[in-house]
Ligand binder design. Structure first.
Ligand code: TMP
Length: 208
């Protein structure tokens, strides 16, 4: 296992909470401050993991919830080994748009895979973020943001409201169980406000 000098930040939340825009702006702010930032995403982040992403998001390929879980962790194992750990060993700030908490919220809380099974895979992966920002918006906001994207909806954007509600509840449970790592943020605030809070918390907790 590599020695860790960098900072590992993850952004989490349901659909249309504004994570990806926030990740872009946070990356820019940290770079302006002179930090090496590796901005990445899950599922994805390496050629192999991006290939798995295509399979996972394609709603026409039927996959059980457990099969999806294992594919998310297969992608993650490659991403952690090839991108995240080497970047942390160099001292970089890694910002990942989604990570293991998404599997816990979507596949366990949302789709009914055993929490203990996801926990076991998280332990196997062996890398916990230093700070996790969880963005939340009301369901109506999430729905209208998904709709306004206009693109054909993927497997997860097609989930019904009940599953989406369980996912949101899952993220709240994750945050409550790990208060030293997780910070819940209101995704209805202007993105500048959300990102300024993230920047402040990173500085406070890590000195970066
Ligand atoms: P995104 O790029 O819009 O965040 O798309 C990734 C989708 O994959 C999103 O709908 C959430 C879903 N997902 C899971 O269900 N489990 C996971 O472990 C991860 C990383 C993502």
């Amino acid at each position: 296992m590599s020695t860790r000098h960098g900072v590992f930040v993850t952004l989490e939340g349901g659909e249309g909470v504004g994570k990806s825009t926030a990740a872009l702006r946070l990356t820019a702010l940290l770079r302006e401050a002179g930090h090496e930032v590796v901005a990445t995403r899950e599922p994805g982040g390496t050629p192999g993991a991006e290939a798995i992403r295509d399979l996972l998001l394609n709603a026409d390929t039927e996959l059980t919830a457990l099969a999806q879980t294992m594919l998310h962790f297969a992608a993650r194992a490659d991403h952690v080994a090839r991108v995240i750990r080497p970047a942390l060993a160099r001292g970089a700030v890694v910002i990942s748009d989604r990570y293991s908490d998404s599997t816990m919220a979507y596949q366990a809380y949302g789709m009914g895979v055993e929490i203990a099974a996801v926990d076991a895979l998280i332990r196997l992966t062996g890398l916990t973020p230093d700070i996790t920002f969880i963005l939340e918006v009301p369901e109506s906001v999430s729905k209208s943001r998904i709709k306004s994207r206009g693109a054909a909806s993927d497997r997860y954007e097609r989930m019904d409201a009940e599953v989406m509600a369980r996912i949101a509840q899952g993220f709240r449970a994750i945050a409550a169980a790990a208060p030293a790592r997780c910070v819940m943020l209101d995704g209805t605030e202007p993105v500048e406000v959300v990102v300024a809070r993230m920047r402040g918390i990173i500085q406070e907790r890590t000195g970066r």
